[in-house]
Write a protein that binds this ligand. Structure first.
Ligand SMILES: Cc1cc2nc3c(=O)[nH]c(=O)nc-3n(C[C@H](O)[C@H](O)[C@H](O)COP(=O)(O)OP(=O)(O)OC[C@H]3O[C@@H](n4cnc5c(N)ncnc54)[C@H](O)[C@@H]3O)c2cc1C
Length: 464
């Protein structure tokens, strides 16, 4: 039996269920999927990140007597080719987005498929209410998930060596229109150029980030809210691409708890990730449509959207956050909430525009978390609050960036200004700041307009 081990978002050999079951002969592969890559610009730094992680995975497999075959093309065409070459089975870890479920269904029509669970602790349909329906609110989901969590979610999968198939592992196999072209392994040969950006987590190992987490976890609950402190784990991108297994991370956090560390809040954040995965899986319409039964007449002003994207709205905390995102592919969680609220509630722009922009920029982009969080911020999604949440960006900045340290780092135009002035909308309308624009809107006016708009357009009980 010749089996294909298909790595997708699990770039590691430790604790990887795909590698756990030994088989007679295997072909470990990674596919640069043409359908997915079409969404990326040629110099997208995330492709450089992925390319480097694929090379590392290949190296790690080689150190253990195995290897990784690299393909470029559409998965269905590649599996048809592999089937002809005598491979009769593929094993891979489950992906839960609509697009990947459809892709995997097509593959299962070509070749015998075994799917293993890896990227999340729970299957998205596992945590349900007593009546068997999925949760729409985080708190009860959290309680149930916490009670349900036991050793069975935390199994460590062993690395089992399997003999690898004879293959030309030194080239990328480009398979298009029934043609196979073999080229040296380089990022250019998949149509991209190398572009490294200053993303804190991208070049750090998960081991390093876990050690760092150990030092900050006791104060995580209070410090995580302050962007200038930067005391969150930065593990998002590693969870996204499986360079750390979620089980490994939870086992690590549990061991810290046993040693007396405060771990509750951090664990809760990991369960937010599970929650949003469950929401998107069980309510797939929410990928493109409002989760709640509401239609909002968004204004979608392109000029405002450009200002928001470029960090030139004249609202310092929003601009600082967007510039951080544009430069590094990362944004602090508190600021993600602030900029999402600002785009939807102050600039009256459809959350889907913001979601799409984050999708183009975030290294840790996770469809379920991003869509769920954008809908939450826009008040169209899962939220326990019985009112329309509107963040005041000036009050948020005052509270979470009191000395404007973070703002000044990313908006140097404001370097010489007092924090009090930076946090005052009136002042910013009054003073001239060289090379920095006046705020594009008045928060009070726009938030009132939003609240009124939402009040009129909500058709159903918000607590439904
Ligand atoms: C508008 C918006 C968009 C977002 N988009 C994404 C996204 O595309 N991908 C993503 O992983 N997270 C997203 N988040 C959640 C959160 O902002 C990031 O997970 C977090 O900032 C990543 O930094 P960290 O790894 O240092 O997080 P930490 O604070 O160290 O948290 C540890 C891990 O827990 C998970 N987590 C933490 N907070 C959340 C949350 N609120 N929802 C879901 N998971 C969470 C993440 O996997 C994170 O890596 C979004 C939040 C908002 C408000």
């Amino acid at each position: 039996m010749k089996t294909v081990f298909w790595f997708r978002r699990d770039f590691r050999i430790e604790d990887n269920p795909v590698l756990a079951a030994p088989c007679e002969i295997c072909l470990p592969i990674f596919i640069f999927d043409k359908n997915i890559l079409g969404d990326f610009k040629a110099n997208d730094p995330r492709i450089t990140f992925i390319f480097n992680k694929v090379k590392k995975l290949k190296n790690d497999l080689m150190k253990n007597g195995m290897n990784l075959a690299i393909f470029y093309g559409c998965p269905d065409e590649i599996f048809r080719y592999l089937k002809k070459e005598g491979y009769n089975k593929v094993i891979f870890s489950q992906d839960y987005t609509r697009r990947s479920i459809e892709r995997d269904r097509q593959i299962s029509e070509i070749i015998d498929t075994t799917i293993v669970r890896d990227n999340f602790l729970f299957h998205p349909s596992e945590i349900k209410k007593n009546d068997g329906t999925p949760y729409k609110m985080f708190s009860p989901f959290y309680r149930t998930a916490k009670n349900k969590m036991d050793e069975s979610q935390l199994i460590k999968f062993p690395f089992n060596y399997s003999k690898i198939a004879g293959f030309n592992y030194d080239n990328i196999y480009i398979i298009e229109n029934n043609e196979i072209i073999k080229k040296p392994i380089s990022i250019e040969n998949i149509g991209f150029v190398e572009n490294c950006v200053d993303n804190f987590a991208a070049d750090k190992s998960p081991e390093y980030l876990c050690e760092r987490l150990k030092n900050l976890i006791n104060n995580y609950e209070s410090n995580r809210e302050y962007p200038a402190l930067d005391e969150t784990s930065h593990l998002g991108v590693h969870l996204r691409f499986g360079t750390i297994s979620i089980r490994e991370l939870v086992r690590f956090v549990k061991s810290l708890k046993e040693d007396g560390f405060q771990t509750e809040t951090f664990m809760k954040q990991l369960l937010w990730r599970e929650f949003f995965n469950s929401v998107l899986y069980n309510f797939p319409h929410s990928e493109f449509e409002n989760f709640k039964d509401v239609e909002i007449p968004w204004e979608n002003d392109l000029k405002f959207f450009e200002h928001w994207k470029n960090g030139t709205t004249g609202v310092p905390i929003v601009d600082a956050a967007m510039r951080q995102l544009n430069k590094t592919g990362y944004m602090h969680n508190r600021l993600r909430m602030v900029v999402a609220s600002f785009l939807t509630k102050d600039l009256h722009t459809d959350w889907r525009w913001g979601e799409e922009y984050f999708k183009q920029k975030l290294f840790d982009y996770e469809a379920s978390s991003n869509i769920g969080s954008w809908q939450w911020a826009a008040s169209t999604g899962c939220d326990a609050q019985p009112y329309f949440r509107v963040f005041n960006p000036y009050r948020q900045a005052e509270k979470f960036d009191k000395d404007a340290e973070f703002i000044k780092k990313w908006v140097p135009e404001l370097q010489s200004f007092k924090a009090g002035d930076i946090h005052s909308e009136d002042k910013l309308f009054e003073i001239d700041v060289k090379n920095y624009t006046r705020p594009v809107c008045r928060h009070e006016t726009e938030s009132r307009k939003s609240i009124e708009l939402f009040r009129i357009h909500f058709k159903t009980d918000r607590k439904a």
